[in-house]
Design a protein around this ligand. Sequence first.
Ligand code: NAD
Ligand code: MG
Length: 390
Amino acid sequence: MARTVSIFGSTGSIGCNTVNLIESAAEDYDVVALTGGRNIAKLARQARKLGADIAVTAHEECYGDLKEALSGSDIKVAAGQTAICEAAARPADWTMSAIVGSAGLPPGLETLKRGGTLALANKESLVTAGPLLMATAKASGARVLPVDSEHSAVFQALVGEDIGTVERIIITASGGAFRDWPAERLKTATLAEASSHPNWDMGQRITIDSASLFNKALELIETNEYFGVRPNQIEALIHPESLVHALVGFNDGALMAHLGPPDMRHAIGFALNWPVRKALPVERLDLAAVASLTFRAPDEARYPALRLAREVMEAGGLAGAVFNAAKETALDGFISGAIGFLEMAAVVEEVLAKRPRDGHMNAEITLDTILEADHMSRRHAMDIIKQRQA
Ligand code: NAD
Ligand code: MG
């Protein structure tokens, strides 16, 4: 029987790779919902091709365009964030969460409330609200599967293992666009320079986060949320070739590594077919041709994001929500030209240092307290950016 699937953020980099895999085995899947942003032509094309039940744009003002682009089909059309959450509440066996940023959290939570499998590419929702997502999944019996390449790698290395025997988890980082730049040049890095990745083809925001190592910072926290090991058991390691995605170290000294080409269709396909492994159209590694793999420790002075991630993991509670929102706002500031590349970390550090540590900010972690922390952090980061511009 065909599996019912929905894709949130289907028009993005992860979304298109997911559509590509589903298209290549179309008879196995029944598509329920697809959602996107302003690229209405792409969303409509995907919805027609996959025969979706409903297509949703995040922008209410795009409703008319989407309606027109899907005229003559029986595909339902909707627009706005509430409509995205309503689409997430529609039953589906498997749901891809590939919206970028904490905007992915409300539909992710809706999906987990109704059960099924949530393939989670949207790491920001896990960093912002990990305990809430996991508790929601537990209550409904839903399953969360990692789609980030490093976390899919760890998940695969842990099959059949007892988590109690894990000593450490090492996630690799390409080092991003500036890995070979002298530190003093980073100050003047431009948007165009930060937006090109040496190994991976990804959306612009995660590409810039790779250059600043904020992506790796999010992923350290993500590791903590998924696998429940202590923060001091999680390490980041620079590996410029991006062929080893993660390593798990066990109590007998064994280190299990996961290797593969830098192609997100592996992690997406693994989650799509889980618990079965199916053939995937990704390149096979020729290690003799690769010849050597190199590794080095990240320079934490150069990349404050990693140190900040450790502080966030130690603090727990709403610190992840504050961190992610400040990071997203600082990234907006860099993209708009309001602040420089290195100022992103400075802004996040200042927001974290001044975050309220008592009263309601330490309250129970609910969607409301998380969204409140997220909004406060964004406002605070925007104030700091304005002060820096003045
Ligand atoms: P992208 O920018 O290419 O695509 C984002 C998608 O989200 C698009 O469909 C866009 O229309 C939609 N979207 C953006 N803002 C939205 C909003 N406010 N409300 C609703 N929809 C919105 O991003 P991407 O690179 O595909 O990344 C998606 C997620 O996957 C991110 O969380 C990212 O960190 C994660 N991820 C990506 C990669 C990768 O290779 N691209 C790898 C690992 C993890
Ligand atoms: Mg990753």
